[in-house]
Design a binder for this molecule. Structure first.
Ligand code: PAF
Length: 283
């Protein structure tokens, strides 16, 4: 695995690879890697000749009260995991390399409306930070394909929309949610869950699964279902951020005749905000 800390260094190698006709896959991350990230890499390896992974904890997508400074930076073990899993190129820039003109004057990429709802409502500016850094990374790597996890469903939908709107010639692929044995979606933020909370946090997934089952059975009273599921999460002792049935592509509230619906939820533990989702596609 080759490691690059500069844009120009990575580009030099990628230019040579492209001249040879190699297909480039890309997996952007913020590090603190778990099995879910490695599954993205493994998926990218199946359809590409060279896979680039990036590790960059992007300050632009954290608001002032969030955990950017305490976000775990585990570069040594991350790079070993990536090397062992067959990553070809690791891109690990520092803040100055990514934002040479500083954050305040950085040009931004904005994907309106669908970033104002769900996680965007409680994390203002978050998705603007994501779309900005992802488009920068796309411009640096110029991949044929980029792979994102379904766990961050809104992020995936927003990036798909950005790629469509900006005519970027990149295939966006998704990889299934990686779960612990009891169903908890793997996340770098699971480390903030306390031992007391741990057996209870699967209530989020269970509640979303319950809604999905109800919809499959023909119940389309979406807001009633959302309220009942939210009550269940609250009863387990967690503060609900949102539980919403949405159109899978636009993230608008699900309409009665929508065929492709995703049920998304977020809740607060004492020190973490956990998200999960389940998609229903009509047979
Ligand atoms: O999903 C993440 O880890 C980040 O949001 C991403 C896509 C790497 C952008 O910083």
């Amino acid at each position: 695995m080759k490691v690059f800390h500069t844009v120009s260094g990575l580009r030099d190698d990628l230019v040579r690879d492209r001249i040879q006709g190699l297909r480039i896959g890309f997996v952007p991350t913020m590090g603190n890697l778990h099995e879910g990230h490695l599954a993205l890499l493994k998926q990218a390896k199946k359809t590409n000749d060279i896979v680039v992974c990036s590790i960059f904890v992007n300050a632009l997508q954290f608001s002032l009260n969030e955990d950017w400074d305490k976000y775990p930076r585990t570069y040594q073990s991350d790079s070993e995991k990536l090397r062992d899993a067959g990553c070809d190129y690791l891109f690990h820039p520092d803040d100055t390399e990514m934002y040479p003109n500083g954050l305040d004057t950085q040009s931004r990429v904005i994907c309106p409306t669908m970033t104002d709802v769900l996680c965007g409502a409680s994390r203002p500016g978050h998705f603007e930070g994501v779309t900005t850094v992802v488009s920068k990374l796309f411009n640096i790597v110029q991949p044929d394909e980029a792979v994102f996890g379904i766990k961050d469903y809104q992020q995936l939908a927003v990036i798909r929309r950005m790629v469509e709107d900006l005519c970027l010639p990149i295939q966006i692929s998704s990889a299934p949610i990686h779960r612990e044995t009891d169903g908890l979606a793997m996340s770098s933020r699971n480390r903030y869950i306390t031992d007391d909370e741990r057996p209870l946090v699967t209530v989020l997934k269970d509640s979303l699964d319950w809604i999905a089952e109800q919809i499959r059975d023909g119940n389309k009273e979406f807001s009633e279902l959302e309220n009942m599921a939210a009550e269940r999460v609250s009863e387990a002792g967690f503060k609900v951020d949102y539980i919403t049935c949405s159109n899978s592509k636009t993230l608008d509230l699900a309409a009665y005749d929508d065929e492709d619906i995703t049920v998304l939820g977020a809740m607060f533990t004492q020190a973490a905000r956990l998200i999960d989702n389940v998609s229903l596609v009509k047979d």
